[in-house]
Design a protein around this ligand. Structure first.
Ligand code: CUA
Length: 336
């Protein structure tokens, strides 16, 4: 091979590899990682991607060069010269991929083992999935329940999943991992959030009519803010003052994800407008308080005309929380 040929090949390879590297690096394929586990997974992705880009550059260079250099004349219908195998080449193109795939396997195994290792001091949260809502219970906060997942930053988080009906899948893109929730078993997921902020929680398993609405938020806070919230909310939800605790229950449950309620600053339009509860109860010909209570515990018993059935899940709240929520909704809808 002449020097000029080698230079052409190297040039073509660098060009092809450069374009592939730019596509990989400059386009936002993945969200910015916000957990230690996602950071490690990102590392594995880049490890594999760089290997792929180098191989792509070599293959593309050989291919482009051959297409131009060994192009047959338009009227040349003759067969090419016969070729035999090349033992030296075959040894190399078996050995190198074997080493690369082994390296990818080893790096992945190390990352998986590290990601599964739960720290000694961790926060345990029980996650319940049902059509079509997430609920989070904090055993360290008197089993206080919330429709939003609030967690402290830089602390091991152990989620234990329960499904009340079908298979759902828990996913926070920035945390980098998914976990199916399967009825009858209780899988766990270990995450160490390392960025403060608000991240979407998405159900990524088609689970029925309301699948697309099965979303909520993970809010990562400083440890001090989290402790204050956990303490404040676990006392607020058992407070004897219905006006205060009803608002807290509304906020901690996923109601605002689907409904409008001016008093709570909620403006979603998936389900009926809770500002109009008095009017709906009249249309249904039921006393307002009973109407609201049934709509929470058995939402499909009566569905406001114009809204789909079987979208809202039944909510089995503790009695004091349910009473407070009903009172809060009665008061809020009259004011609204
Ligand atoms: Cu739950 Cu999709």
């Amino acid at each position: 091979m002449r020097r000029s040929q080698i230079l052409t090949l190297v040039g073509l390879g660098t060009l092809a590899g450069g374009i592939a590297a730019a596509v990989a690096y400059l386009l936002p394929w993945l969200p910015q990682p916000a957990s230690r586990e996602a950071g490690r997974i990102d590392f594995v992705f880049w490890f594999v991607t760089i290997i792929c880009i180098v191989i792509f550059g070599i293959v593309a260079a050989a291919l482009l060069y051959s297409v131009v250099k060994f192009r047959a004349a338009p009227d040349d219908d003759s067969d090419g010269p016969p070729t035999h195998g090349h033992t030296g080449l075959e040894i190399w193109w078996t050995l190198i991929p074997t080493l690369l795939v082994t390296a990818i396997g080893v790096v992945s195994a190390i990352v998986l083992a590290k990601n599964d290792r739960v720290g000694k001091d961790y926060l345990h949260v029980n996650v319940t999935a049902q059509q079509f809502a997430w609920n989070f219970e904090y055993p360290s906060g008197k089993n206080m329940a919330s429709g939003v997942l609030r967690v402290p930053v830089n602390k091991s988080l152990l989620l234990t999943f329960t499904s009340k009906d079908v298979i759902h899948s828990f996913w926070v893109p920035e945390w980098g991992q998914k976990q199916d929730t399967v009825p009858g078993i209780h899988p766990t997921l270990h995450i160490t959030p390392d960025k403060v902020g608000r991240f979407p929680i998405i159900c990524t398993e088609l689970c029925g009519l309301g699948h697309a609405t099965m979303r909520t938020w993970a809010i990562v806070m400083t440890q001090a803010a989290f402790d204050k919230w956990l303490k404040g909310t676990s006392t607020a939800t058992s407070s004897p003052n219905p006006a205060v605790s009803g608002a807290a229950v509304f906020k901690n449950q996923p109601c605002g994800g689907c409904h409008t309620l001016s008093a709570a600053g909620a403006s979603a339009k998936v389900g009926p407008d809770l500002d109009k509860l008095a009017q709906y109860a009249q249309q249904a010909n039921q006393p307002e308080e009973d109407f609201i209570r049934t709509s929470i515990t058995d939402p499909n018993a009566y569905v406001q005309p114009g809204y789909p059935k079987n979208v809202m899940p039944p909510f089995n709240l503790p009695k004091d929380q349910l009473d407070a929520l009903v009172q809060y909704l009665v008061q809020s809808s009259k004011k609204g």
